[in-house]
Design a protein. Sequence first.
Length: 259
Amino acid sequence: MAVLRDDTSIRFPPLPRGWRCPPLTREQCREIDRVAEQEFGIPGIVLMENASRGAAEEAYRMLWERARREGAADISEYGVEVVCGGGNNGGDGYALARHLYNGDVKVNVFSLVPPAKLSGAAAANRRILERTQVEIIDHLDTQHLHDNEQSWRRSSLIVDAIFGTGFKAPMKSHFGDAITRLNRAAAEKKIPILALDLPSGLDCDTGIPCDPTVRADVTVTFVSKKIGFKQTPAKEYLGRVVVAGIGAPREVIEKVLKP
């Protein structure tokens, strides 16, 4: 069933009042995933599914905001470009693309990493998407990026799923080239960027941006804000920050946060 109308029913219940997770470090993020999978038995692909669903809700909201501004009756003519790296952040991007596709949103995926280098839940979500009609284009060199930058310029929303909390500088030139082109296309054509977990190129712990770093309009961060978000240099890259859950029980997070 197409989800082209303004459907506000796609929502998760809010977190209970009185319980909020403090900002997390890179190691705490990794440990939450480990405890959830190994000690509580939640498969990684389930955590990824929950994270991507929360991000997809925000993508729908951003598309509908644009539709209202432009007086459009639905979002059927709006396209979303999802730019994926490797690791779990890329996997989140593949899963998010599937959720948008299921809602009849026009979506294309651009991968910066050869599929053979993906593993675990990220590889599984790529394989699922390959069996759909969603186009996946591999940007594996500068020529690919040059040829397909025009597609980003025609989009209504760009999703940054390149790097997650594990990123540390320096950045390989191929990824830097992609981020530079992504930022340029968004700025010149006034296309909003939705970053998954944190803008690619931003250090999770220090909040120091790499050169380049994605300039997001909205960041959907998972479980909680990251400790680096409090730093002044990070603020101009984050945009509005939205926290989305991954389905890990409170006991998982409380265990990780214990001194």
